[in-house]
Every structure is written in C-alpha cells, then in structure tokens.
Design a protein around this ligand. Sequence first.
Ligand code: PMP
Length: 354
Amino acid sequence: MSWENNVRKVVPYTPGEQPKSQEKIIKLNTNECPYPPAPGVKKLLEAESYEDLRLYPAPDAAALVDVLAEYYGVGSDQVFVGVGSDDVISMAFLTFFNSDKPILFPDITYSFYPVWSDVYKIPYKKVAIDADFRINADDYKQENGGIIIPNPNAPTGVLEDLSLIEDIVKSNPDSIVMIDEAYIDFAEEGTSALSLVSKYDNLLVIRTFSKSRAMAGLRIGFAIGNAKLIKFLNDVKYSVNSYTMNRPSLELGTEAVKDDKYFRQTLAKIVNTRERMKKELSALGFSFPDSKSNFIFASHATVPAEDIFKYLRGKNIYVRYFKQERIDNYLRITVGTDEEADALIGALKDFVSK
Ligand code: PMP
C-alpha cells in the first residue's frame, strides 16, 4: 500500500478500436479521413531524409507555424502546434484552467475533457445540452474557471451558430474559452470562430490535421489565439517537453497545407457522401441530429444501437458505440468513401428491415 498512496490515479480515456488483424475492415469508428493525404506529402515521405533523423527537430516548429499563420491570415506569434489536438488541448488545460472554480463543458461531448480535468486536478461541471443536442449560451453565463466547447460537437455532429459562440466568449471576459474545431472543415465556410480571435483575447481555437487533412497517423494539431495566449502556452510546453513535434511531422504537415486544391476536393467528396448517407439512413428508419462533421450520430426507430453495433462488428464494419447515459441508443458512424457507405447501407438493409 505504501507508495501506492502517492500515485496519481486516473481513469484513462478509451480511444476507438484500432484493428489488429490484416483482415479487410470497413473502419468507420474513429472519424479518420477515408482518402490519403495530399500527393506532395507522398513525394516528400519517399524522399524523407533518413540521415536527418539523428538531429533534433526545430523546437519552435517554425516551418509549420509559419505556413499555418499564412494560410489562416494571422501572425506566427498567434499559432501553437502540438502532437495532435489532444496534445494541444491537454497543454491548454494545463496552462489556462488553473482556478478553483469549475470549468464548464457540455454533458455530451468529447470524453477526453473530464479525463484531462481529472489528471490535472481541475474541477469541472458538465452543462446539459438540450433534448435536440443543442447548446444554450445562457448556461455558460455562470461562474467558471474556463470553458471548452467543440463546434461541431462530438459525438453529435451538431454545429452551433457563430453568434452563440461569440455570445459565450463575450460573456466570459475573465475566463479562457476554448473552441475545439476538430470537425469545422466539414461545415460551411464562415462558421469558424477563427474570425473572432482578433476581437477577443480570451478565445483559443483548436484544430487538427487528423480528420480533414487525413494525417491522424502523424499527430498534428494546432491552436490559434492572440499572441499573449500563445506565449503562455509555449512557456508551459517548454517546461514539459521542448521537442514535441518530430521532424517528419513538421516537414509533411507543412507540405500538406500548401496543397489547398487537394484539401478542398477531399472535403467536397466527404461532404457529398455524408449528405447521401443521411438520405439512405433516413430511408432505413434512422434519425439523427443534422451533422456538419464527418460523422453521423444515428439512432434507429426500432432496433437498439448496441445490437446494430454488434451485428456490424460481425460483418467487419466498425462504428462507434458509447454505452453512456442519454446516448446509449446511438451509433457514431464516420463518413467513408462511397463504396464504404454502400457496404454499410447494404449490411444495414439486411438487419434493420428484417
Ligand atoms: N477533439 C475532438 C472533438 C475529437 O473528436 C478528437 C478526436 N478524437 C480530438 C479533439 C483529437 O484529435 P487529434 O488528437 O487526433 O487531433
């Protein structure tokens, strides 16, 4: 018992299943992009310098920071990069959520938020979203030590209007408000809170290369905010690990941002398939909140979600099921290629219409 009393004990986050076998699996469970990264990334990967791996990467990750600053029209001192947005959010929790007051986030949301709160001993309060999975801005006008909201929300896929986000940011000048925009590239233009970062010094917008840029395997995420916020974040990063970003990530991530045409083509394909999947799922008796992300959060009129989950698993089609209050009759289905969508719908037809 002795040393165990001193252990920082946590209940870890459970990531979606990654298949171990080489069997052909239709993987619609972790919101990855079904298409490869930009072709320039492939070329660079093949030319990747093996010899350079003996050298440390640039601690300030300048090449990637600069290309992102240019792409989003902000200063390089307004961009922070990390090992996936999980690393960025974790650093941001450690940096900005340092009060005795509870931080606020939706009750149905990314299940990593309570885990980071626990590991860093940050008090938190879950704020209930309504029966239609919508956020009410007034619920966030109470005393708090910070706020984090994903927009679109996960696992619901629901996008809140920018005016609601602005209302929350504006009403909380004494707290940092983080908007986790992991899925915003799949929504229409003009929906991102990035347009507000020059107006509010308490807003931090977090993005990832894992979904829309098809680079989950490289682990790249970033945050954009005012220069003072980014300086505070970097101070904490340099106090934990100076070299978070490895050399290949810096080079390949920078290359990916340069190919905007390919990026937009990929997004358009996914959005098309998403809209098609919505129609076909509806026809099969599923209902879902309207998704602006690369997944659909669907519930069937008569067949329990857990049964469908197990049935699909048996057919080597992986989707995500959360055995959690309020959402235990829903499946989160990632939008795949058209062929993957056909296979999913085909399998569902056999099961739910029996
Ligand atoms: N935020 C949300 C809402 C997510 O769903 C995910 C994906 N699990 C992440 C952040 C983290 O993604 P990554 O670390 O791959 O950037």
